[in-house]
Design a protein around this ligand. Structure first.
Ligand code: DLL
Length: 433
């Protein structure tokens, strides 16, 4: 089902709507956000300079560190009394990045997530189990609101506790599973262990996102869970889930471009590339009030296609994400920067500065092992001391990243030294993109 008439506008109608909203947004940030006003003043660009959509190219990009530098609410365009929800995601170092939604932002977000679910064939007759984390991560609440708006029944299970997930799936006859693709595969393994067959469940569709997955993973999920696997994409800085989504024609992910204006750029030169060319995806929000974003560089690599889709939708499609242009790792849906781990290690006495992060897949779940050298070799002799130190490192990493890692303490001079760039991350996963 096509949920919104905004998904079938003609190109001329969409462009006119986008231009009107873009002009309002630029005026709004110029008036309300000193960060944007200063940048625009420095370049001698005033809101009136945006007369057509391509004029957006005159404006500078926004990057993740701008959010960090203005932590927590420096980029907000609405007063805090108008903010009704906060969410957050990892920054490149210790501090997360924080976003805020007004009442209208929440309505837009729910609508975008309802479109996403409807495009995958979800209806009010479905029973949808959300296995994304509820909390500062946008996945749980975002999908929850959209599904409720659509009129589906929601089981707000949240992440983890696979046995209980399966219990509810069986007893409440869950038809739609919402989680990361790696968690879907993990669940399928638990099913096999417990002797639960796809036929014992009533699942028919998966709404998977937060990380990419390969065609091989997709067919494995479809086969093992007996469902249609659909993907959706989003990022905290833009709205969370609901930025783009697959329809049942599987011809890429339709972007909610009446709210999020996409560009593809050459990451190095910043030049905008024509449709069909691969580059970094950049978004400008067109209706956001809480924290509008102008030309936000996502670091996600993809291509855009504007021809209408056989599903009847006309909104632009992005290909499934091909990878990222930075070193951010996505571990079980959580964004992890090596620099965050480094910052934790460096704050603990007696270890470092040499360390390595090994990423593997076990039972379809990402695992991280942090190997770090001890400074004092005599510490190797005390088992209790080593255990305490290991615990401290794990605890601090869990506090910052919300994920569990394994820690291996090494004797000094164990890790290979290089004259050039040291290789901090060894990613042995089957590529997720
Ligand atoms: O992952 C929002 C989300 C939650 C989307 C649930 C879909 C479902 P962040 O934690 O800020 O937000 O991470 C955003 O995750 O820049 C991509 O690199 C990656 N990502 C998200 N969805 C996909 C996808 C949420 N379908 C970052 N394919 C983004 C590939 C994805 N990468």
């Amino acid at each position: 089902m096509i949920y919104s008439s905004a998904e079938t506008l003609s190109r001329a109608e969409m462009s006119a709507l986008q231009l009107e909203r873009l002009q309002q947004t630029i005026r709004h940030v110029y008036d309300k956000v000193p960060f944007y006003r200063t940048k625009m003043d420095e370049l001698g660009i005033h809101p009136e300079a945006v007369q057509q959509l391509s004029d957006l190219q005159k404006l500078p990009f926004t990057v993740k560190s701008d959010l960090r530098d203005n932590y927590p609410t420096g980029l907000f365009a609405a007063p805090l009394k108008d903010i009704v929800r906060f969410h957050a995601s990892s920054g490149t170092t210790g501090k997360p990045i924080v976003v805020g939604y007004t009442r209208n932002d929440m309505a837009v977000w729910s609508d975008c997530c309802a479109r996403l679910a409807a495009a995958a064939g979800v209806t009010e007759h479905d029973i949808c189990q959300v296995a994304f984390g509820y909390g500062m991560f946008t996945g749980g609440f975002g999908l929850h609101q959209g599904l409720e708006r659509l009129g589906a029944a929601v089981i707000p299970h949240s992440s983890g506790n696979s046995e209980r997930q399966l219990l509810f799936m069986q007893d409440l006859r869950t038809t739609v599973l919402i989680c990361t693709p790696s968690y879907a595969l993990h669940l399928s393994e638990i099913m096999a262990q417990e002797g639960i067959l796809p036929e014992d469940l009533n699942l028919r569709v998966g709404l998977f996102g937060g990380e990419g997955h390969t065609p091989e993973m997709r067919s494995l999920i479809e086969q093992r869970l007996g469902i249609t696997d659909t993907q959706n994409y989003g990022l905290t800085e833009i709205v969370g889930p609901g930025v783009s989504y697959e329809c049942l024609a599987f011809a890429g992910m339709h972007i909610n471009e009446d709210h999020f204006y996409p560009e593809i750029i050459d990451s190095k030169t910043g030049e905008v590339l024509p449709d069909g060319e691969e580059g970094e995806l950049v978004f400008t929000t067109l209706t956001k009030e809480g924290i509008p974003m102008i030309r936000y560089k996502t670091k996600d690599i993809t291509r855009l296609h504007r021809e209408p889709c056989s599903c009847g939708r006309t909104n632009v499609r992005m290909e499934l994400v091909r990878g990222r242009s930075d070193d951010m790792m996505i571990i079980r849906g959580v964004n992890v920067f090596p620099s965050q781990i480094e910052a934790v290690l460096m704050s603990i006495a007696g270890i470092g500065p040499h360390y390595q992060i090994i990423v593997t897949t076990e039972h379809f779940m990402d695992q991280i092992e942090v190997q770090v050298e001890l400074i004092d070799p005599t510490r190797l002799e005390s088992y209790r001391e080593l255990e305490q130190l290991t615990k401290e490192i794990r605890h601090k990493i869990r506090t910052v990243l919300q994920i569990d890692v394994r820690v291996k303490l090494l004797s000094p001079q164990t890790l290979e030294r290089t004259a050039g760039k040291s290789k901090r991350v060894i990613d042995l996963r089957q590529k997720a993109f």
